[in-house]
Design a protein around this ligand. Structure first.
Ligand SMILES: Nc1ncnc2c1ncn2[C@@H]1O[C@H](COP(=O)(O)OP(=O)(O)OP(=O)(O)O)[C@@H](O)[C@H]1O
Ligand SMILES: [Mg+2]
Length: 376
């Protein structure tokens, strides 16, 4: 009898198919360019979550390393990119971000997210992304190297920090998230991501990326995002304002360097920007529906001695892409000829405030990441 059970256990060898997470992340990084793409994926996720404000902050400070979850985490207390938005994670969002692939948004045609991978472009910057939303802090460690009691099979942790008063035991671990109104004591009505930058030494050991990032690289990304600023905001549905900050060592709070916003956003603007949401819910989908509206964008550069402001006016047209609309059939031919994966909606915008360069922009989702391509 005993022999039979032991021979049975011998026959039952663990042999399931497994995905190598670090390899999967390396593949994602090949498909997502570095640079502002990462920031734009974060902005789009915030937009899909219904956020109206996004703040990006280059945190140049080095944080204390005494009360951490594990001593191995000390090396991730250095400079980081913080990304705040005023949307909150639902239980479905927590589940969705812990999977790669298979976005939970596919049944919601108006959302930009499609593939369930965009967030993972943050692995360009870090090996240890983390975030706080509602009453939780989540840390991902795909290599199973840094967090306590993790393995490559279970490569992350979620902590309910409110009722456990985690801040009193792990102050140094949790204080870097104390920004943009988050105090790590009460539940936070927004989301703050923290991406500690991968240094040279970590890059040489990383199985995710061999690319190191310096604080100045993030600074340059902010300049570039500011230059593309208006184009980033053009086709969003909820986000009205994107701000960029730098938090210098020794300073009590971050300093604003750039901002891009929709000027004079009123209920009309909100109504037009949510056209796609309405169209995707309309009963008779074969009906030809299109919406056009004017938007003023305000950009402000506060990084120099004096702040510089400019306003650009765009005319925006959007439609759910169906063959019955001109823009829809254009979208269909683009996707056939250029292998562009188009969203079920399409949009064009023209800058009408600047006569010298009438910029046309079209939006689509190419090989996973969202693009707004200016054309003259
Ligand atoms: N700011 C946020 N607020 C709420 N949920 C978020 C936020 N950022 C990410 N998420 C959750 O994380 C999930 C994963 O994001 P990810 O960008 O990888 O996929 P996606 O947006 O669904 O698809 P795509 O790859 O096309 O962008 C999202 O589907 C969402 O549920
Ligand atoms: Mg996304």
């Amino acid at each position: 009898m005993e022999e039979e059970s032991s021979s049975r256990s011998l026959l039952l060898e663990d042999f399931g198919q497994k995905v190598d997470l670090t390899r999967r992340i390396r593949e994602v990084l090949l498909n997502y360019p570095e640079g502002t793409t990462v920031l734009k994926e974060l902005i789009q996720n915030a937009d899909d979550a219904g956020a109206t404000k996004v703040c990006l902050c280059l945190d140049r400070r080095s944080h204390a390393t005494t009360s951490l979850l594990s001593p191995k985490l000390a090396q991730w207390q250095g400079p980081a990119l913080l990304a705040y938005n005023n949307g909150v994670f639902t239980e479905d969002d927590f589940a969705s971000i812990s999977r790669i692939g298979g976005s939970g948004k596919q049944s919601q045609a108006w959302k930009t997210g499609r593939f369930g991978v965009g967030f993972n472009s943050v692995y360009h910057l870090t090996d240890l992304p983390s975030f706080v939303s509602d009453k939780y802090v989540v840390l991902f460690d795909p290599q199973g190297d840094y967090l306590p009691n993790v393995s490559t099979l279970n490569p992350g942790k979620r902590i309910e920090y409110v009722s456990s008063s985690a801040i009193s035991r792990y102050r140094d671990q949790l204080s870097p998230y104390c920004a943009f109104g988050c105090n790590m004591e009460s539940s936070f009505p927004g989301t703050i991501f923290r991406f500690p930058l991968r240094n040279e030494e970590q890059a040489s050991r990383s199985k995710l990326s061999k690319q190191a990032y310096m604080a100045d690289d993030v600074s340059s990304m902010f300049v570039q995002l500011y230059e593309e600023g208006v184009f980033t905001l053009l086709f969003l549905k909820s986000v009205l304002c994107i701000e960029m900050y730098v938090w210098d060592t020794g300073m009590p709070e971050p300093r604003k360097t750039y901002s891009c916003s929709i000027s004079l956003a009123d209920s009309d603007t909100v109504w037009h920007r949510q056209t796609l949401l309405r169209l995707s819910k309309s009963i008779n989908s074969s009906e030809y529906k299109m919406d056009g509206f004017l938007l003023d964008f305000l950009s402000e550069d506060i990084s120099g001695d004096q702040s510089q402001k400019r306003v650009d006016t765009f005319y925006i047209m959007q439609t759910m892409a169906s063959g019955s609309s001109r823009i829809g059939s254009f979208a269909a031919s683009m996707s056939k000829d250029y292998d562009i994966h188009l969203l079920p909606w399409a949009a064009v915008a023209a800058c009408i405030s600047d006569n010298s360069s009438r910029v046309m922009v079209i939006s689509s989702k190419m090989a996973g990441h969202f693009v707004s391509s200016p054309c003259q």
